[in-house]
Ligand binder design. Structure first.
Ligand code: DGJ
Length: 731
């Protein structure tokens, strides 16, 4: 009897064990990708597979718990732990490191449970609960999958119940592992007016870290996104590639580590530099979102997936329209008055754009904002320049037939300002060292709730006085300098993180109160371009460099991660050696605007710009919401070409630019992409100078999509700095 009972118990236990094992395989999938996690017999959670989606569920059981323990031997639990803490048997960078109340620095997380919920037919959310068996630390790893867009968004929340605060040294958003022969990292780096230069290098044993310590203008030197080519250099149309980006408008860090077994670990999160975080009992620490996609056919497809995801789920009003505009920054800089602005409003109308955007220089009286060394913080209209105030300008714009938008930089202060005189303690600066100024200004301490109220109040006051105001350009020209928060006192290690949280608090309040207000994210050019900020902004300023030739590279780079509708591109007077047509044709592929006085143009040029704006408006749905194809890279050729294809494939636009063709160079046809091979398309060059006729032999002809994609169009020429915009219409 006893024996039977024992047998029964053993059988029951083994059944439970099977059930538990089945349950403890967690599958996180899109239509094209599987991330499979398994709970090992040691109760810990491991990445078992990441790659192309598997067809058959029955294969999951073959996937191992621990992959490639290296020299530790087969009994070692060393594997690809999903969220490894420090101090265990893995000797590489951990995702999490904590000093507990007793000084112990180890954290080992065991699996507790998980839940998966379908948000709708496309979106699924999975939460995985982990805990340390020795210390009361709870970790939740979150995944949201977007099936059609093949995008996975992941972040982590941390909490504990120790008696006193614990110190977090590492708090990654996510860690991924790859087992390939070779790895190639494409990084995006640069500086002011030299944004997103793309460079690729092979990752060999050890670490490559991409990070920033700039605090507020955080992406000035490196951008929060990367590509990793698996086995091969990332390329446009073939090969396996990981593309990842972090939604954090502050210090971020990506660590790429090739370990002893030749596997690659990718850790993404906030840069923990000078930010050992004191986490109080029961306080929840939420990491930023890490967003990634895997492509089996190069970066082009991955970009289109990210663009669709961004428009559908992340960017403020991602599916909505965008306003074309005329900005006065390059036309006037700080030197303007009502009359000049009113003339520009009329010019905006005559160009055909939707809005006039008033830039820096409209505010401050005691220390007038007539250069960048005074006035920031004093958001009262400057009475000398604009005696009738902003309401009058909004009215003038209305009379001229355009909307009115305005520039602000509310997170900053010039020491020469009434705000600084009244509240020096609101600025981040050191009490005991000489102050260093970046662009003559200081960053306001957004870790302080009073400062958050003040910054929100800047926007709120302008909106209350001017309910018809249609747009904000929100600038941020300084990194955090003189790193000391008068508000945080001895808790300086919280500054970088709490400051960014304070910024989000303000962004959120603005969005909650003004949900339909379009806003441009700007940071002395493109130093703010991340998917957390873009929840609150409809678009971002790519660069102060508007030289159209350099813009071709900059726009090429950003387009890897951002849809053209979010990338502001303006026609200016940078590089007057290039024609107005070339400059406009370059701006046309993104969210187009102008930042130039029409007085600089002759009649022909103006006529050309007017017809380009009309074409832009006519083709807006294709440009803003179509699929974007990078066809010929400016990095690999003396020419470059991109195209937009409408989602229904009825209309497409090809943009072809000759940069510096060589004498006698062989010109190769541009092979199009994304068309329907069976459909017949008509070719028509648009954006021609008044009176000019197209020199394209294909102009007016019809071709099948198949022909255009396999044989291509002769869209390039041997004329340097020239361009063609070609409308392609299904017949
Ligand atoms: C930097 C921005 O990138 C420019 O477009 C302009 O708004 C200036 N700031 C104004 O100070």
């Amino acid at each position: 009897m006893r024996k039977e009972l024992l047998l029964c118990t053993i059988m029951l236990l083994s059944m439970l064990q099977v059930k538990a094992t089945e349950k403890e395989t967690i599958r996180i999938s899109t239509n094209e990708t599987d991330l499979i996690l398994k709970v090992a017999p040691n109760g810990r959670l491991y990445q078992s597979y990441l790659g192309k989606r598997l067809m058959n569920d029955i294969d999951l059981k073959h996937l191992p718990y621990y992959i490639n323990a290296g020299s530790d031997g087969s009994n070692s639990p060393r594997g690809w732990e999903v969220y490894p803490g420090s101090g265990a048997e893995d000797y590489f960078e951990p995702a999490l490191a904590i000093t507990h109340n007793d000084g112990n620095m180890t954290t080992i997380l065991s699996y507790v449970s998980s839940e998966t919920q379908k948000v709708d037919n496309n979106v699924t959310e999975t939460k995985i609960y982990l805990k340390d068996k020795v210390y009361p630390v709870d970790v939740t790893v979150h995944y949201v999958t977007y099936a059609n867009e093949n995008v996975i968004k992941t972040w982590t929340t941390l909490k504990h119940k120790e008696k006193r605060p614990v110190t977090l040294w590492r708090y990654a958003s996510n860690m991924l592992y790859f087992e390939n022969k070779r790895y190639f990292l494409t990084e995006f780096s640069g500086d002011w007016a030299k944004e997103v230069n793309m460079n690729t290098q092979e990752l060999l044993f050890g670490k490559k870290v991409l990070d920033t310590k700039l605090g507020s203008r955080a992406a000035m030197h490196t951008y929060p996104f990367f590509e990793v080519g698996l086995d091969k250099v990332p390329s446009e149309n073939e090969g396996n590639v990981l593309m990842g980006t972090l939604g954090w408008t502050g210090n971020f860090q990506f660590t790429f580590e090739v370990d002893n077994a030749g596997n690659l670990r990718v850790i993404s999160g906030i840069n923990p530099y000078a930010s050992a975080y004191e986490l109080k009992p029961d306080e929840v620490f939420t990491t930023p979102e890490f967003i990634f996609t895997l492509s089996d056919s190069g970066t082009g497809k991955a970009s289109r997936h990210i663009h669709d995801w961004a428009r559908g789920y992340q960017i403020k009003d991602g599916k909505g329209d965008r306003l074309t505009l005329l900005n006065n920054w390059e036309a006037t800089y700080f030197d303007f008055d009502e009359q000049k602005l009113e003339e520009l409003m009329k010019e905006a109308k005559s160009l055909g754009v939707d809005m006039f955007l008033l830039d820096d220089g409209w505010f401050a009286n005691k220390y007038p904002r007539s250069s960048d060394n005074a006035g920031l913080g004093d958001w009262e209209v400057n009475k000398n320049k604009l005696p009738n105030g902003i309401p009058h300008l909004v009215r003038s714009a209305k009379e001229a037939g355009v909307k009115f938008g305005i520039w602000i930089e509310p997170e900053m202060v010039n020491p020469k300002s009434e705000l600084f005189e009244k509240h020096p303690e609101w600025a981040i600066h050191l009490p005991n060292r000489e102050t260093y100024y970046f662009r003559n200004q200081l960053v306001l301490d957004l870790s302080n709730p009073k400062v958050q109220d003040y910054v929100f109040g800047v926007v709120d006051k302008i909106m209350t006085e001017n309910p018809d105001l249609a747009y904000f350009k929100w600038d941020c020209n300084s990194p955090i300098t003189n790193v000391y928060s008068p508000y945080l006192n001895e808790k300086q290690n919280q500054l970088y993180i709490n400051h960014v949280r304070g910024v989000y608090n303000v962004f959120k309040r603005v969005k909650d109160k003004y949900p339909d207000l379009p806003m441009m994210l700007c940071s002395g050019g493109g130093a703010r371009c991340d998917y957390e900020a873009l929840k609150y902004f409809t678009e971002f300023w790519c660069s102060d460099n508007t030289d159209p030739i350099q813009r071709l590279y900059i726009q090429w780079g950003y387009s890897h991660f951002f849809p053209p509708k979010s990338m502001c591109a303006h026609v200016t007077s940078w590089n007057k050696n290039t024609s107005i047509k070339f400059r406009t044709d370059v701006a046309m592929m993104c969210k187009m605007g102008f930042d130039i006085s029409l007085k600089e143009m002759n009649e022909n040029e103006l006529g050309y710009c007017q017809s380009a704006v009309a074409n832009y408006n006519r083709l807006k749905t294709v440009i803003l919401d179509g699929d974007f194809f990078r066809l010929v890279s400016p990095y690999e050729s003396n020419h470059t070409a991109v195209m937009h294809v409408g989602k229904d494939k009825k209309k497409a636009i090809l943009y072809a630019y000759d940069i510096l063709p060589l004498y006698g160079e062989k010109i190769i046809p541009v092979r199009l992409q994304g068309l329907d091979p069976k459909k017949i398309y008509k070719i028509e060059e648009i954006n021609l100078m008044p009176g000019e006729t197209s020199r394209l032999s294909s102009n007016g002809q019809t071709y099948t999509g198949d022909y255009l994609m396999k044989i291509g169009l002769n869209a390039f020429t041997t004329t340097g700095i020239s361009s063609r915009i070609i409308e392609i219409t299904q017949q």
